[in-house]
Design a protein around this ligand. Structure first.
Ligand code: ZN
Length: 393
C-alpha cells in the first residue's frame, strides 16, 4: 500500500469508527445494565501457612465470610485455586455436607440456621487444612471461588465471587525437639473438630485470635494401647508425672505453678479463661516464637521467668491442672506472642519421632478403641499426623 496520501487512508477508517460508536450507543440504550448482586465480604486475617504432615505439604488458614446485608446468604460451593499456576483446583467443597465439615459460625445459637447459611449481620469462618497432592507444586498464592444464593424475599439471586487472593507463606516452621520422651504418645488434635483447639477463638485485647491453632494434646498410652484408666485419681493415669522437656535452647518467658491437679471424673473440670491453662511454662524460642506447656502437675514446675534452659532439659512434669477435660495430658502449642490467649498459634515441626499408627478419631480414642497400626517409620521435620501414635527418642 502506498501511504503517500495519509488523508485518503484515514478518512474511511474514521467513518467506520464513527458508525461503531453510533451502534454501540444504540445497543447501550437498549440493554439493561448488568445486575450487581451484593453478597459477602471475604477476608483472610492471617497469611496461609504450610506444614508437612505424613509426607504431604498442607496449607492452613481461615477464611472469614461476613454477611453485611439484612437478608440470608447461603454458601453453596467453595473452591480454592492455585492463583499462580494453571488454575488448578486445590480443594473443593461442593455441597452443604462438605461445607458443614469446614465452616462454623462463631457464637451461633442452636436455634439459628446451620453454619453455611449466614443470617443477617453474621460471620462464618471456613477452617482450611488442605493437603496438596503429592505431584502438585505448593502454590505461591491461592484464590477463592465462592458460589452462594442471596435469599431475598421475592426471589433470590445466585452469584459467584472469584477473589480473596492470598500469598502463601513459604518459610519453614520452627523445628523443635519433642516435649516428652519415650512413648507411646498420642498426638491428639483434629483441625476440623468444632469446639476443638483449632476452632477456639479468644477475643481479648480487641482482637479475635486462635492461640491453639496448631496445639497438640499429648496423652500417653498404656501397653494395652487403649485409654482404659478413667478412675477419679489422676495418679492412676499412665503418663501422669512424666518428664516434660524443653523443646529448644530458650529463655523462660513465663511460668505459673499455683493450681492443684483436678481430681474426679475427667471432664468435670471447667475453669475461667485465666485458669484454663492450669500450671504452665512459656518458653521464648527467639524469632517471635513462644512455646506453651499447659496442665502441668502442681508443684512440678522447675523453672522461673528469665531462666535459660537447654534443649532436652526437664522443666516440669505432666499433670492434670486447669481445663484438662480428658484427664492428665500435656497441652503444647507455639504462638507468636508471650500470652496464653492473646496470641496467634503458629506451626511447628518436630525434629525426630517414630510413627507407629493412628486412632481414626478423637472419639474412637475416648471410646477406648484400639489404634490402627501402620508400618513403623522414622520421621524427621514434620508435624505428627492427627491422632497418631508416636515414640520419641
Ligand atoms: Zn489442649
Amino acid at each position: 500500500v502506498d501511504i503517500g496520501d495519509r488523508t485518503l487512508l484515514k478518512r474511511p477508517a474514521l467513518i467506520a469508527f464513527t458508525c461503531l460508536i453510533a451502534l454501540d450507543a444504540r445497543e447501550a440504550a437498549a440493554q439493561p445494565r448488568p445486575a450487581i448482586v451484593q453478597s459477602v465480604d471475604l477476608q483472610l486475617p492471617r497469611v496461609p501457612e504450610t506444614i508437612d504432615i505424613a509426607g504431604q505439604t498442607h496449607i492452613v488458614y481461615e477464611l472469614h465470610i461476613t454477611n453485611f446485608q439484612a437478608v440470608d446468604v447461603a454458601i453453596r460451593h467453595i473452591q480454592i485455586l492455585d492463583d499462580a499456576g494453571p488454575n488448578a483446583v486445590l480443594a473443593s467443597y461442593a455441597d452443604s455436607a462438605a461445607i458443614a465439615g469446614i465452616v462454623a459460625r462463631p457464637g451461633r445459637r442452636r436455634d439459628q440456621a446451620p453454619a453455611h447459611i449466614l443470617e443477617p449481620g453474621t460471620r462464618a469462618i471456613a477452617y482450611f487444612w488442605i493437603a496438596i497432592p503429592h505431584n502438585a507444586p505448593v502454590p505461591r498464592a491461592i484464590r477463592h471461588r465462592v458460589a452462594m444464593d442471596v435469599l431475598r424475599s421475592g426471589g433470590g439471586a445466585h452469584t459467584v465471587i472469584d477473589g480473596a487472593v492470598a500469598t502463601v507463606r513459604s518459610d519453614a516452621p520452627v523445628a523443635l525437639d519433642p516435649p516428652l520422651r519415650g512413648g507411646l504418645w498420642v498426638a491428639i488434635y483434629d483441625p476440623h473438630l468444632m469446639g476443638g483447639h483449632r476452632t477456639a477463638i479468644y477475643t481479648t485485647e480487641g482482637r479475635a485470635r486462635i492461640p491453639g491453632r496448631f496445639a497438640i494434646d499429648w496423652v500417653r498410652l498404656p501397653r494395652s494401647g487403649v485409654l482404659e484408666n478413667v478412675t477419679p485419681r489422676p495418679a492412676d493415669w499412665n503418663g501422669y508425672g512424666a518428664d516434660v522437656l524443653a523443646v529448644a535452647d530458650a529463655v523462660v518467658a513465663g511460668a505459673m505453678d499455683d493450681m492443684p491437679d483436678n481430681v474426679g471424673e475427667p471432664g468435670a473440670s471447667a475453669h475461667r479463661p485465666e485458669n484454663a491453662s492450669g500450671n504452665y511454662v512459656a518458653l521464648d524460642l527467639g524469632q517471635g516464637d513462644f512455646a506453651f506447656y499447659e496442665h502441668l502437675k502442681h508443684g512440678s514446675v522447675m523453672v522461673k521467668t528469665g531462666d535459660r534452659v537447654r534443649r532436652g532439659q526437664v522443666i516440669a512434669r505432666l499433670g492434670n491442672s486447669g481445663s484438662s477435660s480428658m484427664g492428665p495430658h500435656l497441652h503444647f502449642h507455639v504462638s507468636d506472642t508471650n500470652s496464653l490467649l492473646a496470641a496467634e498459634g503458629t506451626p511447628f515441626v518436630l525434629r525426630q519421632f517414630k510413627h507407629l499408627g493412628a486412632f481414626p478419631s478423637i472419639a474412637a480414642l475416648l471410646r477406648g478403641e484400639k489404634w490402627v497400626a501402620a508400618s513403623a517409620r522414622e520421621i524427621r521435620l514434620e508435624r505428627p499426623a492427627a491422632n497418631s501414635v508416636v515414640v520419641f527418642p
